[in-house]
Design a protein around this ligand. Structure first.
Ligand code: GDP
Length: 299
């Protein structure tokens, strides 16, 4: 989802020498394959968007994959980019790197100030290691790395699986299928009270392109929408967007995860960048994309 959005943004900005690989063509967890790719192509600017990602259930049931694959992908790519003369590398982390009870909105300085949310600690530890590795290559080798910590993302190309995905695509699919089946209710996990911030992936891609041009400092930058909604509010907004008129039933036996994850984006906005896509219009566009791509969805 993120890589495709960055490629669309760069192509729209007129960059034509994009070096792209699908996962089937280049497995970033394989060190030898990554070294061979970088030695042959020698990219100048590297956007490291690839990661193993998933929602609350996937993270707690497949911890080994979340820690091992992410550590491998980022170690292989950061090292190979540096050794093959890349001029700059942008590393994408996640808001999960911050402590579970970090003061809200979460400032970049909260990193490692408290215990992590247990459900996604494996993924978080890998992303913290990636951020530190980017900083270490800058400190020791003078490699120009920058790190961006996005909030929850959504948009075209998202994973609409009911078990692996994040809440927003899962609820789009559940409401869509319930509407088609004339089902009386849709199940929403947890209490509905946790609050989350959602950023459209095209806004993130715009921030990535902007920062690759304008920013070069070791301090990581949060990127988010700047406001959050409760899961219950999100579920109602999705039901309205999809046209599902039944009941939303909250299943309190499912985990809530952290109570709130709103990012403080003042460092980024002070550089002159702002997101543009509201949740309402982003949801409408994402539902349109979902409806048009039924045959090719990632599930
Ligand atoms: P998180 O932001 O890392 O906690 O990951 P998720 O996007 O998976 O979950 C966010 C919140 O949405 C949690 O409180 C979930 O319990 C809640 N939620 C409600 N319904 C769903 C659903 O169908 N799928 C997922 N993944 N989360 C849901």
């Amino acid at each position: 989802m993120v890589g495709s959005a960055i490629a669309r943004r760069l192509a729209a900005d007129g960059y034509s020498r994009l070096i792209l690989r699908r996962r089937a063509e280049l497995d970033l967890t394989r060190q030898a394959a990554v070294e061979e790719f970088f030695a042959r192509e020698r990219p100048e600017y590297v956007f490291l968007a690839a990661a193993k990602v998933g929602g609350i259930l996937a993270n707690s049931t497949r911890p080994a994959e979340f820690i091992a694959d992410n550590l491998a992908i980022q170690s292989n790519v950061i090292d190979a980019a540096y050794r093959n003369g890349a001029k700059k590398l942008l590393f994408l982390g996640s808001s999960c790197i911050y402590p579970k009870f970090a003061p809200q909105p979460i400032h970049e300085e909260s990193l490692l100030e408290g215990a992590l949310e247990p459900t996604n600690q494996w993924y978080a530890i890998a992303k913290i290691a990636g951020l530190k590795m980017a900083q270490a290559y800058r400190a020791q080798y003078g490699f120009s790395t920058i790190a961006l910590m996005p909030t929850n993302l959504y948009g075209p190309g998202d994973n609409f699986s009911l078990v692996d995905s994040h809440v927003l695509p899962a609820l789009i699919r559940k409401c869509h299928e319930a509407k088609l089946a004339n089902a009386p209710a849709v199940e929403v996990w947890g209490t509905g009270t946790p609050r989350r911030e959602f950023l459209h992936v095209d806004d993130l891609a715009d921030a990535c392109a902007f920062l690759m041009r304008e920013y070069s400092d070791e301090a990581p930058l949060n990127v988010g929408w700047g406001e959050d909604v409760s899961i219950a509010e999100l579920a109602h907004l999705i039901a309205e967007t999809v046209g599902f008129k039944g009941e939303l039933r909250f299943d309190r036996s499912k985990p809530d995860g952290p109570p709130r994850k709103l990012l403080d984006t003042s460092r980024l906005t002070a550089l002159g960048w702002q997101p543009k896509i509201t949740l309402k219009s982003g949801l409408a566009a994402t539902y349109e994309w979902f409806s048009a791509h039924q045959a090719h969805l990632r599930r």
